[in-house]
Design a protein around this ligand. Structure first.
Ligand code: TYM
Length: 355
């Protein structure tokens, strides 16, 4: 029997400026994967409604994330680049997954707990169901690999739980219709309709921390702009933010062990390693024993060298919104065809009459 064809899927929400965390946790990996894999990259506009329904600038934010994809080097001809809401099958499968997933699973999601805060009763139902739409994004293409930052790990575990429950609940129908695919799960060989998707959370840094507080994730929603490097920052802003980044008074250690309990130092070394395509170990071989007053200018120079061209290219692409909309329209058409092929089978498996 056949096995699932390797397919990469990932998504980014159109909320606020993209920052260095998004770049190193996601975009840089998206670009690297396009050489070896078939890839689908999505601007998840429906997800962005879960926190705030009314956005003044949702369309522009969607274009801006698309421009960041393209400016980082994602080729929209080779890969599929589109926005989620143009492919209705995502929302259709999400509804089905709402009926597969259990409320208890959703209640355990740390991102839900963080985002809903103390007043959970007042959070939107969409915020609770968020991971079920995310599972639908991935599984409507039966994608096998998902590059993300470390903060999405729990959502991807839930995606596997949903796939597994669907495969179990409908195992008889899947077998009758001959829609099952063999897959290896650990040592075991199993058969199912949806793959148990693998997260790709690797590289020199999987969680980029705030430049102001090494215990907090770098985030779009941090009120301090000094906490993050935005992909649209000019060279002098990048240099200034690195110069002002919180550190400790010790010089850099020569070995990884010396970074333990030094979260700010660990973060800056990890950023340097990821931007230069090396490892933290080799950064420490070069900079061990040196003060931050020497390391920070080197990091600033590297960050400007890597990020300034992306910012420039984003500005150029954003000047032509019709081009961006064309990319999204064309990508949506290609995505829709693939998603509909899956949904035809899903409807049949479940017993929903379809035409
Ligand atoms: P979002 O839009 O919050 O973030 C986009 C990507 O950036 C990564 N990321 C980080 N990586 C390292 N350090 C950080 N400080 C950091 N902050 C963000 C995220 O891990 C993510 O990879 N739920 C997703 C969007 C989504 C999705 C999907 C992803 C919807 N459907 C399907 C993959 C597959 C999210 O909110 O990402």
């Amino acid at each position: 029997m056949s096995e699932f064809k390797e397919l990469v899927f990932s998504g980014v929400q159109p909320t606020g400026n993209l920052h260095l965390g998004n770049y190193l946790g996601a975009l840089q990996k998206f670009v690297a994967l396009q050489d070896s894999h078939e890839c689908i990259y999505c601007v998840v506009d429906l997800h962005s409604l879960t926190a705030t329904m009314a956005h003044d600038d949702l369309a522009d934010q969607t274009r801006s994330i698309t421009a960041a994809f393209l400016a980082s080097g994602i080729d929209p001809k080779k890969n599929i680049v589109f926005n989620q809401s143009q492919v209705l099958q995502h929302a259709e499968l999400a509804w089905i997954f709402n009926c597969v997933a259990r409320i208890g699973w959703m209640n355990r999601m740390t991102q839900f707990k963080d985002k809903a805060g103390k007043d959970r009763e007042n959070a939107s139902l969409g915020l609770l169901a968020y991971p079920s739409l995310m599972a639908a994004d991935i599984l409507v293409y039966r994608a096998t690999h998902v590059p993300v930052g470390d903060d999405q790990k729990q959502h991807l575990e839930l995606t596997r739980d949903i796939a597994q429950k669907f495969n179990n609940d409908f195992s008889r129908r899947i077998a009758e219709l001959g829609y099952g695919v063999d897959m290896e799960v650990g040592e075991e060989k199993v058969n199912g309709f949806f793959p148990l998707t693998e997260p790709l959370i690797d590289g020199a840094i999987t969680r980029v921390m705030s430049l102001r507080d090494g215990s907090k994730k770098m985030s779009k929603s941090d009120p301090s702009d000094l906490s993050r490097i935005n992909l649209t920052d000019e060279a002098d802003a990048i240099a200034k933010k690195i110069k002002k980044a919180k550190t400790d008074p010790e010089p850099l250690p020569s070995e990884l062990g010396g970074l333990i309990e030094r979260p700010e130092a660990q973060n800056l070394v990890g950023i340097y390693a990821a931007l230069s395509g090396t490892t933290s170990t080799s950064v420490l071989t070069e900079f061990g024993g040196r003060q931050f007053s020497e390391f920070k200018p080197a990091l600033a120079e590297l960050a400007v060298e890597k990020l300034a061209p992306i910012a420039g290219e984003m500005r150029r692409i954003l000047a032509d919104p019709a081009y961006i909309d064309g990319v999204l329209r064309e990508g949506s058409g290609r995505a829709r065809e693939k998603a509909e092929a899956t949904m035809k089978m899903v409807r049949e498996i479940i017993g929903l009459i379809d035409g």
